[in-house]
Design a protein around this ligand. Structure first.
Ligand SMILES: [Zn+2]
Length: 45
């Protein structure tokens, strides 16, 4: 399951809770981003 982070307060919100109500349960903001796709791990060999 995809996990999102609130852009404003940084609280983690999963996709399931966003489907029923697209807003942060902590601060009510409606801007989210995916931390997994935003952070890239690169292995340097
Ligand atoms: Zn928030």
């Amino acid at each position: 399951m995809a996990e999102y982070k609130c852009f404003f307060c940084g609280k983690q919100v999963n996709e399931k809770s966003l489907r029923s109500r697209f807003s942060c349960p902590n601060c009510g903001m409606k801007v989210f981003f995916k931390p997994r796709t935003a952070v890239k791990k690169i292995k340097a060999i």
